[in-house]
Design a binder for this molecule. Structure first.
Ligand code: ZN
Length: 397
């Protein structure tokens, strides 16, 4: 239905969808039923990693977004879900559950990424134009993906070229230390123009998911042999600090403060409370990963096998999203460490559309955005029930 004469693609363009770091925090500041707790930690450049809870029941679950800053849809989804709970608190019984939200796990990366996005899509942009920019980004990435796959192309990427004026200067001066750090990384590694719009890492260029004790490119890290990223960032090596993939700061392993904070949250909660599971959000692929422990080399400390627990949690989540379930995994990720730590943990890849950070905000193709927002809300609410059931079952055995 045409609501005004401004022109429409099919879809609802009433509201803005993309949130920058400031807007996210502003929205979080306005929450009333989700209560802010003490931050779980601070980043290298002293940004708080904010923590909110909903409910005060005995069964606890953890929800995180934005491990990879470029997967911006995850932050936006989790914040929207918190707002949805504020408006509809009856959907989850607060006397049964306590939900722990970490909506911005990687604040530095989110500042870098969203500052870059705002150079092309300013806040004043209408929702309709926001959609068009996202489609343009998606189409550019689609063309480039084909060039990489079919021509082994390593040239400048159109979707990054859109952001070629997004230099560290677009980061507000109140983030001076972070800005200098990004400037230094881009210069030293000679990173391509537009790279800030691809930023997954934190402010020192470390990929939080790769930041584990024995990372995937351990040998190459030691021998300083470059490893190139596949597809979109195939001109960038992952053994040096940068937008993606680099597991630790040269020259020896160090756990990044963001990971220290999230591990500590898991550990302290598991010790004190009945923690029934967690939802770790990434993008994209419309996938659910759970831990199949049947063929695990490393057993849990108590030797228990939680495969059935993990699987039934994944199956419930699938029922409301139709996402594909996978049980394969890389042992060299922080997500794996968390899955190993807490039964009932699933990793969800939001969106069936390629190319972060903007394609998942497209709605005119397959209602990508609307489906992400609606299906996952319902899925969390229902999956919590399965988590609780499985938790109780595991306590009896
Ligand atoms: Zn990711």
């Amino acid at each position: 239905m045409m609501k005004d004469k401004k022109g429409h693609l099919i879809g609802d363009y009433q509201d803005h969808r993309i949130l920058d770091y400031e807007q996210m925090n502003d929205r979080l500041d306005h929450l009333k039923i989700c209560i802010e707790q003490k931050e779980i930690g601070r980043t290298t450049f002293d940004y708080p990693i904010r923590h909110f809870t909903f409910g005060n029941g005995p069964y606890h679950a953890i929800l995180t977004a934005g491990t990879h800053a470029v997967e911006l849809i995850t932050n936006c989804f989790l914040i929207q879900f918190m707002e949805y709970l504020e408006a509809n608190p009856e959907v989850i019984d607060p006397s049964v559950y306590t939900l722990h939200f970490i909506p911005i796990l990687n604040p530095e990366g989110t500042i870098v990424l969203t500052s870059a996005i705002r150079t092309v899509i300013p806040r004043e942009t209408t929702p309709f134009w926001e959609e068009l920019f996202c489609i343009q980004y998606y189409m550019n990435a689609k063309v480039e993906d084909d060039y990489v796959l079919n021509m082994k192309d390593q040239d400048t990427k159109l979707q990054m070229w859109m952001f070629r004026y997004a230099t560290p200067d677009c980061i507000d001066k109140k983030h001076e230390k972070l800005k200098k750090s990004i400037q230094k990384i881009i210069q030293e590694q000679d990173l391509p123009k537009g790279v800030m719009a691809q930023w997954s890492s934190n402010g020192v260029g470390i990929d939080l998911n790769a930041n584990v004790w024995h990372p995937r490119y351990e040998k190459e890290m030691i021998s300083r042999k470059p490893v190139y990223h596949e597809l979109r960032l195939n001109q960038i090596s992952m053994i040096s600090p940068g937008p993606i993939g680099c597991p630790y700061r040269p020259s020896k392993f160090q756990l990044e403060p963001e990971n220290g904070a999230i591990l500590n949250l898991y550990q302290t909660l598991i010790q004190k409370e009945k923690v029934i599971g967690s939802f770790i959000y990434h993008a994209c692929g419309n996938l659910i990963y759970y831990l199949d422990e049947k063929n695990e080399k490393i057993k849990r400390e108590n030797g228990k096998d939680y495969t059935e627990y993990n699987e039934s949690v994944a199956i419930t989540y699938q029922k409301y999203t139709s996402y594909k379930i996978l049980s394969n995994h890389k042992e060299t990720t922080m997500d794996y460490v968390l899955k190993k730590k807490l039964p009932g943990t699933i990793l969800i890849e939001l969106g069936n559309i390629r190319a972060t950070p903007l394609s998942q905000f497209v709605d005119s193709i397959d209602c990508v955005y609307t489906n992400i927002m609606n299906d996952n809300k319902k899925a969390i609410i229902e999956t919590l029930k399965t988590m609780k059931l499985q938790y109780e079952k595991s306590q009896k055995n």
